[in-house]
Design a binder for this molecule. Sequence first.
Ligand SMILES: C[S@@+](CC[C@H](N)C(=O)[O-])C[C@H]1O[C@@H](n2cnc3c(N)ncnc32)[C@H](O)[C@@H]1O
Ligand SMILES: C[S@@+](CC[C@H](N)C(=O)[O-])C[C@H]1O[C@@H](n2cnc3c(N)ncnc32)[C@H](O)[C@@H]1O
Ligand code: SF4
Length: 344
Amino acid sequence: MSDLFNELVSSLLYLQWPYCEKRCTYCNFNKYIAQSDNEGAIRACLLQEASTLIQLSQVHRVPSVFFGGGTPSLASPHTIAAVLDVISKYAHLPHNAEITLEANPTSSRRSKLQQFRDAGVTRLSVGLQSLDDGDLQLLGRTHTAAEALDTLKEACKLFPGCTSVDVMFGLPGQSLAAWHSTLERLLDQCDNHVSLYQLTLERGTALFKLKEKGQLAFPDQELTAQMYDDARQILGQAGFRHYEVSNFAKNGAVSTHNMSYWLGKQYIGVGPGAHGRFVPRATGGKRREARIQTLEPEPWMKEVMSNGHGTRKVIQQSDFDMLSEMLILGLRMDTGISHEVRLF
Ligand SMILES: C[S@@+](CC[C@H](N)C(=O)[O-])C[C@H]1O[C@@H](n2cnc3c(N)ncnc32)[C@H](O)[C@@H]1O
Ligand SMILES: C[S@@+](CC[C@H](N)C(=O)[O-])C[C@H]1O[C@@H](n2cnc3c(N)ncnc32)[C@H](O)[C@@H]1O
Ligand code: SF4
């Protein structure tokens, strides 16, 4: 089989779980607070859309799946297992596939994490965000630092070598000393993968409004740059490879799913607001398409029920579009890009 054919018959799959318990004060990702328990209905639509899009792409192999959100750890393990089952029905999901689930501390009690593992999840990404209770309150999180660390401990036991944490820096009022202390405590407890995100003030969020009113002071650019540089150094000394702008891994625990995005591989996006990039081979398509699913869960479900999918926007990608994406994403990695870029 040629490399090009291999690329075309293989695709990652991203699944968006759109619900959260509560809105965090900084977040403008596509998420909603569920008004009623409609898990059965949303599960049926996720399964339907996954089957439609896998068949449209005609991929034979799905090497990794990412359950992101929102808060996918609010979904029942049964829903996660059902999604993996439907993927296996239409494509080969290898036994060593990377299956990541994002877990928020309060919706991830021990027994549930175990059930997620039994359902087929192989990698957990725990949203710690901070290890300071004052920060967590300001960020509108539903857990304390101690609860977050408890979840991390359980996660490391159940997913040894395959547990990641998300932590943010540049938080309101955060000092360099407080950031160093967070990193040191984190290094005591974390596993092989750490994602560090500089807080972005997003328009429309509660934090943005407080900043506009002059009610919150944020670290300046010099200080946040210093926080990032220090994190690079501290994690580097602890054996972590800084393999992408925001990501650090030791013992080779890079995320193959996220890495594949940065390498420009195909991906199918399922669920409200999910993005995809794939060639729709079943309809004779030859070009890769950028696809976006309908954002809000209710209209998305109606579209899936009547059309089999909730794809709202499709843009055929030109060679220039694909090359630009490859450059932008490829330059995020420590390995950079090669002149032998192949477009399809
Ligand atoms: C879309 S969230 C979903 C994860 C999960 N619901 C949680 O809250 O832990 C993925 C990650 O993006 C990061 N994130 C979200 N909003 C951000 C912002 N405004 N600035 C920087 N990072 C942000 C957080 O670290 C979060 O864990
Ligand atoms: C910010 S990353 C966090 C990855 C994590 N640090 C890890 O190592 O696994 C995950 C978030 O990106 C967003 N995301 C990733 N792939 C996506 C896609 N194909 N379509 C829409 N959103 C996507 C989702 O909101 C998801 O919660
Ligand atoms: S950060 Fe996570 S839990 Fe908070 S609102 Fe965003 S997606 Fe939901």
